[in-house]
Design a protein around this ligand. Sequence first.
Ligand code: CA
Length: 653
Amino acid sequence: MQNILFFLLLISATRMVAQDPTANYPIYKGNDLGLTYTSKASTFKIWSPTATAARINLYKTDIGSVSDYTAKMNKTVNGVWEITIEHNIKNSYYTYQVLVNNSWSAELIDPYAKACGTNGARAQVIDLKETNPNGWGQDHSPDFSKGNKQTDAIIYELHVRDASIHINSGIVNKGKFLGLTELGTQNGSGLSTGLSHIKELGVTHIHLLPFYDYNSVDETKSNQYNWGYDPVNYNIPEGSYSTNASDGKLRIRELKELVKTMHSNGLRIIMDVVYNHTALTGNSNFNALVPDYYYRKKADGSFSDASACGNETASDKAMFRKFMLESVLFWVNEYHIDGFRFDLMGIHDIETMNLISDTLRKIKPSIVLYGEGWTAGLSPLPDEQRALKKNAGTLNGIAVFSDDMRDGIKGSVFNIEDRGFATGKLVNAESVKFGIVAAGKHPQIDYTKVNYSQAPYTTSPASLINYADCHDNNILWDKIALSYKDASEMDRIKMHQLAYAIVLTSQGTPFLTAGSEFLRTKFGVENSFDKGDSINAINWILKSKNLATYQYIQSLIKIRKVHPAFRLHTAKQISKHLVFQNNLSDGIIAYTINGAAVGDRWNKIWVAFNGSERAQTVELPAGNWKVASINNQSSLKGKQLMIDGSSAVILYQ
Ligand code: CA
């Protein structure tokens, strides 16, 4: 019965694709959609094969006022509508309207727009060259890796507003791009905050939560908050992070100022991008221009919703694939962006993702790419065509997040009370070991005992992001408290440190969420995307309060950066030179890395984690071991290592 049903569904799905009339629309191959500006003329091009007329409206202001010029656009080739205005209209704002099915659309911005005014309601004619801050011509991305290896990156996830909005940040431009250009800022007790703090911590890349123009914050108000996973204008910076959202040039210049300052301080910028859905659906700019083209549909004709945000885009269609590719290229070329994190990457098709990766790597070989290898709902595009975690081996140079490791360490994010290896749930040890080897093929992993994946899914450590927490769900410090209410604060601090020790010593690329290095709390609020500054702001005084944790995590970052053994480049190196110690008691994971064989200055490295809460003694392998990292009550006496409960130790020869 099920098979027959499946067969019928398959037929109807096939028929649906075959009958999708939008799939046969003519494709425009030029790279000049949107505005082409010179001081002599401005040419506007939009793609709308379904329109029977199109017009442009010019305005002197970004909000209010009536249009002082409206003109019909001319239909040219392959669904493109075009108009050239033969004088200098710099700083004018503009909108388009298309006539589809005998009805004029509302005014919209084309998806290719590069500048806009308040709330992205009108695009703006600007000269992009005028947005470059002083010294932009000399801006270059700092080195982080000799051979452009993604595993040499240490990623720090940060929200622009969270970084500076708290009164304790000591930062002047609170909540703005410019807040992350201020150096030498301090919390109330003299410790560095913001950019200086991040520099001092030692990470290599800052991953900023969405900073393209998103929908949920009214840019005319200063007290609104959102993470920003609701895109409107993909190629324009968010106005609420600018000191004047009305000025299309200013938000661009201020973001470039941020990039330049980060670069000159040794840091790289990764952009969080959300091409998988748009904030609006039926009346989004995309859908108003070309109804039904850019989104996947269900068999009944309604919008499919693998994003759980109302729609899912169709990267498998030529003009959305082209849009994504041109968009990431624009951010790299114009803003010098160093990497991308793809939200719900499992919605995108593999062909598009590989095209993006191959194209970007040609112009910036050191680009860092990763994404969420899952969706938030069902998609009509077959699994084998999508950039899901299980297909990570078919993605070229694009890593996936390891939920196996994340939940192995701390327990399921979907069950608040569930614990993980670092909080005493020792049965999770195999999931942690799986993360340690970057989810690859290793002779000592029993895949049947791994929480979510019963087989390796990477063929290279560069394909995996290891982490304990991120902006989603509960931040680690809260997760530990919520899942282990009886534990003392001192015990919870040990567990938190253990969790981060696992992340920072494991193969693959480590990822931290801002503030977790000093036990940031969101007061038990999960998914705080719209919960305001009171929940989300980073309270920098916590750095002083939890200085020992901060210094411990900082020291682990330093060890990782100095020692290539923790950043192996091939799965073969890991399966050959990272050897787990057998016959250990419950709760202990220990392994040796053959440092000499992988070019490390340490000949041998021994790493151990005690997920149990009681101190345990471990017999060390042969040789004379020295301490690289030890905390809590752990101690080394000859061949015996006493490892305290909920603790990590790194030794070397
Ligand atoms: Ca906005």
